[in-house]
Design a protein around this ligand. Sequence first.
Ligand code: AMP
Length: 434
Amino acid sequence: MSFESLGLAPALLRALVEQGYTEPTPIQTAAIPAALEGRDLLAGAQTGTGKTAAFALPLLDHLYVSSRGQAQPKTPRALVLTPTRELAAQVHESIRGYGKYVGVRATTVFGGVGMQPQVDALRRGVEIVVATPGRLMDHMERRNVNLSNVEILILDEADRMLDMGFLPAIKRILGNLPRQRKTWLFSATLAAEIKSLAAQFMREPVEIQVASPNSVVATVTHRIHPVDAARKRDLLLHLLLNDARQTLVFGRTKHGADKLTSALEKAGLRVAAIHGNKSQAQRTRALKDFKSGKVSVLVATDIAARGLDIDQLPMVINFDLPMVAEDYIHRIGRTGRAGTEGLAISLVSRDEEGLLRDIRRLLKQDIAIEAVAGFEPSQLLRLDDSARARPSNGRPPQRHARRPHPGNGADAHPGNRTKKPQRSGGNQRFSRPA
Ligand code: AMP
């Protein structure tokens, strides 16, 4: 699947090439054609899935293709509502990036900053307003903005807006919009209250839920190495230098991936990197070199690795755990294919305990936790037993005895411990290797 085949305007495709996007993510593949057809959308997608582009691209396409020339003062043609100013700023940035060649103007409206610059921008005229509900209502009351010409309404992270108590504000805002409009609702979950909101304000929406496969290939062995964050890089080197297999290493950020790549190169490993800041040519080259064995390590970020066509990869190492548990499955999905054995290693530090719990909950299986000799963490990892499947007799699973790892210094540094007790009652444990 390519962006071209989704039906987007060439001016948008050009910007996507510059951003280094090679192919649409699943939410984009599902949402963009439906949105371009003029349908309402009810989309279940979390941050990290590419949801922003999934609405920003068809939004820009619509405004560009049906351009009315100079934007009219105070009367935007599209409204994006977000729960926080950070998200509003981020969405605005994305819109600017994707819209670089389409000449569509956008501005943000959120609290905590002066009203006047926002008033001025609205008065000059913009096609898109990205707003948080509270500040937008202020502007509506002062007649700084007129929403009667809005053709597209986007609710981003709708579940969070409801959690934050924005429902009354959203209802007021919706009351000021024309009935003839398109509504695209994005939410991490499509819980009952979201669906009820959708039923009130949307017309036969296309419902999209990004697949979150919750099973992984049985031929993959999962292993967790607890380690102090500061020693992760040394541990990674140790593992890579002792295992010559082709390895895909996942980092969370582009910057982190770059730093890791140069550290591994310095140690004499043949490494390539693939992430959002790399040009398409660089990415294609990296992938080719990895597949041909010219480089033995490929460092990637989650989104960049989506849709990478690498078969029968023997080893994946998660240098950082993914922020979204489903991404663990996407990452690991590349190993152990076609009946081959695969190994999935995660380097986990104390600050990632919560992420690890989410992953174990999703996998519904225990993962061996083994410290590597010489890299034992200075504190135990704390895991919540409730994350594990209950046995069929309905009784809670037996607790493992606490087994401090040799060299574990948790008791030696009581001051480093988290003060807040665990929800499960401080059930600190160290699970046995399976
Ligand atoms: P989001 O889920 O919208 O927060 O997007 C997460 C990250 O993925 C952002 O950094 C986007 O720039 C990036 N991204 C979105 N779509 C793609 C794509 N098709 N290919 C590569 N990166 C993407």
